[in-house]
Design a protein around this ligand. Sequence first.
Ligand code: ATP
Length: 189
Amino acid sequence: MKKIGLLGGTFDPPHLGHLLVAEEVYHALDLDEVWFIPSNDPPHKDSTDTNTEDRLEMTRMAVQTNHHFDVNTIEIERSGTSFTFDTVSSLVNTYQDTEFYFIMGGDMVEYLPKWHRIEELLELVSFVGVQRKGFELECEYPIIKVEIPMFEVSSTLIRNRVQGGGSTRYLLPERVETYIKERGLYGKR
Ligand code: ATP
């Protein structure tokens, strides 16, 4: 059986926190690959102003230099609301020789009980939780906890920095930083 980690996110933009989480879990659980899955329309967030192509392109750039990372476009192709249950069911059907591990930060773990078809989802995938500042990893469901060096960067912080003309150096992959500047994303700089 192959072991594949899934990191779903808005990636608006992808940052070094995402890459660190994926790399740490990859090693801790001895995974074969980690797939980054940019959401189309996440059920738990307000819709983003950033267009899907830009989020996808930045996510591709972010993972490019790591040969065990990949981007999976299943949620973008499906369009509509991106329920993890739909994504995981489809992947489990397509890749029958694979065990999937759904990776998430503590901010997501808190909402797990409210997830669409959570009980069925638990039968299909193992959940992996990593700490995030200000959130508990405690949950009524079984989750694999992986200790990682905490690096509290978020896409929100980056959008705010760009908007306010602040530095984003060492928070983002350089290619993503350049792309944001070139495309004038997240306001002026
Ligand atoms: P935003 O600030 O826009 O809410 P975000 O930085 O949380 O975005 P997402 O794309 O929503 O980024 O995150 C995708 C996944 O990565 C989520 O499970 C989230 O918890 C996790 N994650 C993001 N940043 C970190 C971080 N710095 N440390 C640990 N987990 C993180």
